[in-house]
Design a protein around this ligand. Structure first.
Ligand code: ADP
Ligand code: MG
Length: 245
């Protein structure tokens, strides 16, 4: 579903991503772990064209966003990035819109669907994540966990083929992480393809079918969670896991 080859990204003299290569298959849940500053967010942001890369290729469902450092034309980029939904650490909800309006804004602007169909979809999704009673609330009246669930619902409204999560629980009080992880687990059970940058090793072990360990702009190793957590091959992975588990 996603093929990334030799992805390079620099900020001035700082090489943030050094020739990163990985694949994501349909129905994969890939957990990306690694120390702060290792390039995890930059990698996710590159996939949805929130960052422009300096070299390499990104191919999504057979269509190249960028091939050998050359980007596709803007209309194609728009179509390709529309296949991916992104959930951010700090929710990024529109504060002046209600929950329902947050969900319906992008589909109304982008999709060629009747407003009634979009309203039905937002109703269904809110029901699914248990926030129907908050449809007319504003983000400022929600808990962090509820805000993040709304952010996930908003991403789902665009019917993405793949969801990208950048530390979705890192901004939450510990007692609120469970409800967000539960929504993500439910999505995994429904075979949603996901890439999840996370510090939640329990989630990675339980839900992911692959873990990628990044350090210093490189993928140091990747593998099935049982292998990578129980039997890491590289000293850098061992050192990181010893600090994190
Ligand atoms: P992670 O998400 O793993 O913590 P990031 O992708 O956020 O790592 O950052 C990787 C490196 O790139 C860090 O050294 C960070 O300081 C640097 N970096 C990120 N964004 C920028 C930017 N806009 N300008 C300059 N340096 C940046
Ligand atoms: Mg980050």
């Amino acid at each position: 579903m996603i093929e990334v080859k030799n992805l390079k990204k620099s900020y001035g003299h700082l090489d943030v991503l050094k020739q990163i290569t990985f694949d994501v298959n349909k129905n994969d849940v890939v957990a990306v772990i690694g120390p702060s500053g290792s390039g995890k967010s930059t990698m996710l942001r590159s996939l949805v064209q929130l960052e422009t890369i300096d070299g390499g290729s990104i191919c999504v469902s057979g269509d190249y966003l960028v091939k050998d450092g050359v980007y596709s034309k803007p209309a194609d980029i728009k179509n390709i990035t529309a296949k991916m939904g992104m959930v951010f650490q700090h929710f990024n909800l529109f504060p002046h819109l209600t929950v329902k309006e947050n969900l319906e804004l992008a589909p109304k602007l982008v999709k060629k669907q009747a407003p009634s169909a979009i309203q039905q979809q937002s109703k269904d999704i809110l029901e699914k994540i248990g926030l129907s009673s908050h449809a007319n609330a504003y983000p400022s009246n929600l808990s962090g966990g509820q805000k993040q669930r709304v952010a996930i619902a908003r991403a789902l409204m665009m019917n993405p083929d793949i969801l990208l999560f950048d530390e979705p629980t890192s901004a939450l009080d510990p007692e609120l992480t469970g409800e967000v992880l539960q929504v993500m687990k439910d999505l995994a059970k429904e075979h949603m393809t996901m890439i999840v940058v996370t510090h939640e090793m329990g989630f990675a072990k339980e839900v992911a079918n692959r873990v990628i360990f990044m350090d210093n702009g490189e993928i140091v190793e990747s593998g099935h969670p049982a292998e990578l957590f129980e039997n890491p091959q590289h000293e850098r992975t061992k050192a990181f896991l010893n600090r994190s588990l």
